[in-house]
Design a protein around this ligand. Sequence first.
Ligand code: TXA
Ligand code: MG
Length: 324
Amino acid sequence: MESPLQCEISKDVQKAIQYLMQDELIGLPTETVYGLAGNAFSTKAVQAIYDTKQRPHHNPLIVHVANVDAAKALCTQFPILAEQLAAAFWPGPLTMILPKRTMVPDLVTAGHNTVAIRIPQHALALELIRQLPFPLAAPSANPFKRISPTTAQHVADYFPHTLKMVLDGGPCLKGIESTIVGFDTDTVIIYRPGNITEQDIERVTGSSVIFYEKKDNQLIAPGMMAQHYAPRTPLIFTSDWQSAILQHPGKKIGLLSLSRHEDFDVTQQEVLSVHGALEEVTANLYAALHRLDVAGLDIIIAEAFEESGLGKSLNDRLRRAASK
Ligand code: TXA
Ligand code: MG
């Protein structure tokens, strides 16, 4: 039987600490998306993360720390490139995959010999993590394959009976998941594009980055799984949204677009930016998708962005949301 407990939305950091010290999970605010956080060194807490999210065990978790020393304590190597990126982008929406020390449980890394680490740029999250004697394992706080949460309410709606508390840090200012990078001798490899772009990284390291390409049957960064971040309503991702609308006469259509499109017969339109700024789009994307997904629509038509910089990261998320 489901527990009648209702997930509490609260700004009480001490209460969050109490839950975490007891191997319980909390919803964690960050600048990217909300995380489902637990003690990374506790088998019970980490197992609860997989169970609560219904996440397959082959998909590893990101470990959140409060400073670079705490990050270094978790890995056996911290290359010069990692030093450069940490200095430039931490705290911030960048996750680095590094060789793990044995103290990092295999359950966290799904048996990989690497660990994904990030310092979130969120005052309340940092205040919390600084007071804890352990780092926080936290994937995004959505059930497996669903849209990531960008407000405390999204998290509470997903887990009303299976999570006791969401620490309310307001809406996420960046709004899409962190950029994930790994290292191959002198090269930075982007596994998942995010708010920190290829150009941002190249500016800091002075050398070009490469994008990870999945080889047959290989699952190095399962975050690259095709279907992810998906609404339940079928989503069409296209640069030709006009034709897509015309091809669905009589359907209840939700349109997700950069700017307002007049004179088109759609049931609901979500405009992602007032000023045409992509930073604004990333911040608004998931909340808009959540709204469209509960609006009783037949389809969502999402307009593609120019495939560069942040546009590339946005297209990555929308492409996955569209895949069956
Ligand atoms: O912005 C974010 O990164 C958010 C917030 C909460 O920090 N977290 C997040 O976690 O997006 P999650 O679990 O939804 O996505 C993390 C991705 C997963 O796709 C996972 O496969 C990949 O990181 N990952 C984690 N550890 C890895 C490792 N050792 N090697 C390769 N990929 C890894
Ligand atoms: Mg996720």
